[in-house]
Every structure is written in C-alpha cells, then in structure tokens.
Design a protein around this ligand. Structure first.
Ligand code: PEP
Ligand code: MN
Length: 363
C-alpha cells in the first residue's frame, strides 16, 4: 500500500477529529432536512445517510435508492455540510458521482467481498473522491487492509477506515463487539490513515453509545460516525441504536469535545471540489476548441471569413444574459468569452494557414 499517498486531515483540519452524523437511512426529504437542521448547530463535518442498504436478511428495508440522492444534495446546499453515502457496487458509484456526493463509504458486508471492492475501486479510477472503508463483518485485519489497498491501487489516496465492530454468533453486550486490538493494530501499521469509530454499529443500542464515544476519544481515534435521527424509535433501520440530535451533541460534549463552531466544510474538501470543477471546465474548453477547429475547416472550404462580427456580437449578448441569470457579473463573462473567442480565431487562422500550405505543397 502506498503509504505516502495517504493524507490524514483530508476531511477535517489536522489535529481535529472528523465528526460524521446523520440517519442510518434516508427515509424522506423532510427527514434529512430536519436532521441536518438540528445538527447544523452542533458539531458535524460530514452528513451521512444510507440509501443503498445491504441488509443481512431479505425483507428488511434496503434503502430508497437513487431517488434519495437529490435530497442529500439539498442538505449540502442548504446547510453547507458535505454529504456521504454507502456504495456497494459500480452502479451506486456512478450514481453518487453523478449527483455530487462528496465522500463515499463502503459497508462491512461489502468490504468482506474482494470482487465487489475491486469493482467499486475500478469505477472510481481517476476520481480520487475520499472513500471510507468499514471493517469487514469478520475480524480479519488483512481483508480490511486489502480493501483499502484495492482502492489505493486505483489512485484513491484520501482513504479512511471505519471501525464498526465484528459480527459474532450468540448473545453479547454489543451488537458487534469492538475487538479494539484490531483497529489499534491498523493505526499502528498505517499511522497516517485516519481511523474513525462507529459507536452506533458497535453498540446496537443507544445506551451504550456514550461510553463508546468516550472510549474512541481516549484511544485517539480520528473521528466518529454516529447515527442520528429526529425520531429514533420510528427509524426504518437500526431504530434501537440511533440518537436524537440533542443527545448526540450532549454526548459529544461529555467526551470533552469542545465545539469550535467550525462545523461543515473543511478547506481540503472545498479545494478538492474546485479541482474537480476546474478539470470539467478544461475538458469543456478543449471540446469547444475542437468544434471551433471544425468550423474553421468549414469556413475555409466555403471561403468564408474567420471573424464574423455579427455572430460574435450576438453570442456575447446571449452569454451575458445567461451568465447574469446564473449570478455571474457582466465583466467576468465578457472577459472569459473574449478570451475564448480570441483563442478560437487564432486556432482557425493557424488551421487555415496550415491547410493552404498543405495545399500548396500538394499542387
Ligand atoms: C450503516 O452504516 O448504516 C451500515 C449498514 O453499516 P455497516 O456496514 O457497518 O453494517
Ligand atoms: Mn445503520
């Protein structure tokens, strides 16, 4: 595994833990907005909601699927909190990326399946979106590391591990006993890999969550993922282990966590979003220039002049009108399109010169 490429602090500013909260499952737009509204005044760096839920037995609620993606995006737009959801196959990845989900996580049942992880990793190639990997359901550290490596091999460098405990047969105090030595070994082996604690899935019972949150702080985990629901008892999945937003904040305070008021986006995530947008802009510029070249060839064949004043004037007016509707200033739009137009005209001139030289050589 390429350790150099792991970067701690990709989500929250370094020396600060990542706080992830939100419902187990997205149930409605209102439920997500209501939860986010209550959380936005408490500490949360990242808002979670499951929309594809790999359940152990058939018949359980398996999530609402893609129709819930725009609701998560609404949370991000309205409250300025980045959002995360679970992906279990490549279709989920494409959908989540299409809508602009900020961070993905891989669930415990999926981490245990190398082919599924490989499929997800390949679908993410070239995207470098942050991905959090839950431990596999079985206490197998190598399988957990293997999933991280598969993602890392496809160029995902912003990785985190989530410790949610391990399944056992029979009764125990915890739904998924933590076996702390496993995440601690992972931390020891990969000191720059953020390891996040998930007290909700370890406990399976909201009453055990506060001591587990404390324990995660004491063991210097790099953050926590806590299931929070406005009416936990009525939740469609994991009802017994979700906290109200008020209880979440109160328990966070009891751990000694000091609320700095800096909830939401970290600079790194925002910068990553800008990088992705700039990449898209450059691709669009490049496509535009190619079409411009085709127009140049056409003009040359038809012996039309390259610069056509009326077309340019009309185009600029339209772009200014459209841009202003999108909140951009007239000056900015004029500068951008003037520059684009200049480049297009230059390209067409070069093209026509090249072609005439080619023609001269041929004849
Ligand atoms: C979840 O986070 O809601 C979830 C299903 O978790 P896990 O994969 O840990 O069971
Ligand atoms: Mn859950």
């Amino acid at each position: 595994m390429n350790l150099e490429s792991f970067s701690a602090g990709w989500l929250a500013p370094s020396n600060r833990q990542i706080m992830i909260a939100g419902p187990c499952s997205a149930e409605s737009e209102e439920q997500l907005l209501q939860t986010a509204a209550a959380l936005s005044s408490s500490y949360v760096n990242l808002f979670r909601a499951g929309i594809w839920k790999p359940r152990t037995r058939p018949g359980a609620f398996q999530g609402l699927g893609s129709k819930a993606l725009p609701w998560l995006i609404k949370v991000k737009e309205k409250f300025g909190i980045p959002v995360t959801t679970e992906v279990a196959n490549e279709k989920h990845v494409y959908e989540a990326l299409k809508y602009g989900i900020d961070v993905l996580w891989i669930g415990a049942r999926t981490t245990a399946n190398p082919f599924a992880v490989e499929e997800i990793a390949r679908a993410l190639k070239g995207k470098n979106i942050p991905v959090m990997v839950k431990n596999p359901v079985n206490p197998d550290l190598k399988l957990w590391i293997g999933a991280l490596e598969r993602l890392n091999n496809e160029g995902i460098t912003r990785l985190a591990a989530i410790h949610r405990g391990f399944s056992i047969f029979g009764n125990s105090e915890y739904r998924n006993p933590p076996q702390w030595e496993i995440p601690l070994k992972l931390k020891e082996m990969f000191p720059s890999l953020p390891v996040i604690s998930d007290p909700s899935h370890i406990s399976g019972n909201r009453h055990f969550i506060p001591p587990l949150m404390k324990k995660a702080m004491e063991l210097s985990f790099d953050g926590m993922m806590v299931e929070v629901h406005p009416e936990p008892g009525k939740a469609w999945s994991d009802a017994a282990q979700q906290l109200t937003p008020g209880d979440y904040l109160a328990n966070l305070e009891k751990t000694g966590w000091s609320y700095s008021g800096e909830a939401g986006w970290s600079l790194d995530l925002l910068r990553h979003e800008i990088d992705m947008l700039d990449d898209e802009i450059l691709q669009l510029f490049s496509r535009r220039m190619k079409i411009s070249g085709q127009i140049g060839s056409y003009k040359m064949q038809k012996k039309l002049s390259i610069f056509q004043k009326n077309r340019w004037r009309q185009l600029l007016e339209e772009r200014i009108r459209a841009g202003e509707k999108k909140g951009l200033t007239k000056e900015f739009i004029m500068r951008i399109f003037d520059s684009l137009h200049h480049e297009s005209v230059n390209r067409q001139k070069i093209l026509t010169n090249d072609c005439s030289e080619e023609m001269l050589q041929k004849h």
